[in-house]
Design a protein around this ligand. Structure first.
Ligand SMILES: [Fe+2]
Length: 449
């Protein structure tokens, strides 16, 4: 069996607990909390789950920072019933939606003092304890009618957490709003044709922005036994939905055909809605996630009067995992952070062979979208630079830190690199030396205590 779990994605086989980690530099004393990151880590490369990047069992890696020290590192598999059984443990109690008990592998977020590993396409989140032990699957006390979503957006002013769930068994998407305590406040079904995949969405002060793109459920691929039965569908027109957060009214506008995994941010700008995304020129080929072409950082301007969508390229270097200062979610932003990591982009983009290595040699990028400039921090071969997560410190939009797991090939282990966002290419503020590799993964969060 060919597996994508090689090189940077090669899984680790052990769960480790390490205390009082070595640090180069000084960890800012204001960083009290945990940096957590989820990703697929198959229990065994012989398992079917090792055949597709999206199906590896979820493993959360975490570092706890406290009073200027790196108190611990832990990595733990998310115990779905199957994972618990394989590890010789009792299954955790908890709800299951539509028989989809899945070791959530895509994101990890904090909400209401709790920690959740999340995934999409019908499965429920798993709740984790502070030290990353699995508590159980969670439907927010029965508040979820179905599954949840990997990506959520928290309105920094109202405190509402928004999510957009999809499931191949539904003829609709489902928009969910949770309050800051994790109570589901609102559920709105949004009819859609062809059961499209939707990995992310965007939030402005006025709208929930829904991407209805030509990647849809494929019965032919399902019958063939493909693990990810979604395919590019030329018969499905690309649209963007603007759902009023106030009235719930929904309006669709035609969009350029493309595929989008991730939003950088979106905001209202007078008679326009601005949406910054990483977009791929086309979607999956043959039910695989790869060969979507080169992902670029693009800006859509949606004219509310005409319904026209203008598209401009903010950066054509292949990159992914866009993040912002989340105090700006839904509001105008100036800065963004992305990762240009070959192993990462290769899996989903394909056709990158003709690019020079230095086009994205494990580079973290800080974008200044007002000036149209970028600062690039190159981390070198084998660094497997992951998603850059911004943590605010002061008032200014880039007054804070950027955290990322970066592999150190000379040690055969990873570092948690803490950069000053305002000195993005300078010496790291601190480098926390972990005792083991951290494979490339998906998404994470800084969860302050
Ligand atoms: Fe994602």
């Amino acid at each position: 069996m060919t597996t994508p779990f090689k090189d940077g994605f090669a899984p680790v086989s052990e769960e480790i607990t390490a205390f009082d980690l070595d640090v180069t530099g000084r960890i800012p004393a204001e960083l009290n909390g945990r940096y957590l990151r989820n990703g697929p880590n198959p229990l065994s490369l012989d398992d079917p789950s090792a055949g597709h990047l999206f199906f590896g069992e979820g493993m959360v890696h975490g570092v706890r920072l406290r009073d200027g020290r790196a108190e611990w590192y832990r990595n733990r598999w998310v115990r779905s019933a199957r994972v618990a059984e394989r590890l010789g443990e009792e299954a955790r109690p908890g709800p299951v939606h539509a028989g989809l008990d899945f070791s959530a592998n895509t994101h990890v977020i904090g909400l209401g003092g709790r920690t959740f590993a999340t995934v999409e396409a019908g499965a429920l989140p798993y709740e984790l304890g502070y030290e990353l032990d699995t508590i159980g699957a969670c439907d927010f006390d029965g508040g979820l009618p179905g599954g949840f979503a990997a990506h959520t957006h928290l309105d920094p002013v109202t405190g509402e957490l928004h999510a957009l769930a999809y499931f191949f068994g539904w003829d609709h998407h489902q928009h969910l709003v949770l309050d800051p305590k994790g109570v589901v406040q609102r559920v709105t079904d949004i009819p859609v044709a062809d059961k499209p995949m939707v990995h992310d969405f965007a939030l402005t002060e006025r709208f929930v922005v829904i991407y209805d793109l030509p990647v849809t459920f494929s019965m032919a691929h399902a019958e063939r036994g493909d693990r990810l039965p979604y395919a590019w569908n030329d018969d499905h027109p690309a649209r963007i939905g603007l759902m009023s957060r106030e009235s719930g009214d929904l309006r669709w506008v035609d969009a350029p055909p493309c595929w989008v995994f991730h939003t950088l941010n979106a905001y209202d700008d007078g008679g326009e809605v601005v949406v910054d995304v990483v977009s791929y020129p086309r979607g999956f080929v043959d039910a695989r996630l790869d060969r979507g072409g080169r992902p670029t950082l693009d800006r859509w301007r949606i004219d509310l009067a005409t319904g026209r969508v203008g598209q401009t390229r903010l950066d054509d270097r292949p990159q992914e995992f866009p993040r912002i200062d989340e105090r700006r979610t839904g509001r105008p932003h100036r800065y963004g952070y992305t990762a240009a990591t070959r192993e990462l982009v290769d899996v989903v983009g394909g056709e990158l062979e003709d690019l020079p290595d230095d086009a994205f040699d494990n580079t973290l990028i800080k974008h200044d979208l007002r000036r149209g400039t970028q600062e690039s921090r190159r981390l070198g071969r084998g660094a497997y630079a992951g998603e850059p997560v911004f943590v605010a410190a002061g008032e200014a939009e880039d007054d804070g830190y950027v955290l990322s797991f970066v592999n150190d090939p000379s040690r055969g282990a990873a570092d948690l690199v803490i950069l000053s966002a305002q000195d993005f290419t300078g010496e790291p503020v601190a480098t926390v030396h972990l005792p083991a590799r951290v494979p490339l993964g998906f998404h994470g969060s800084w969860i302050a205590d």
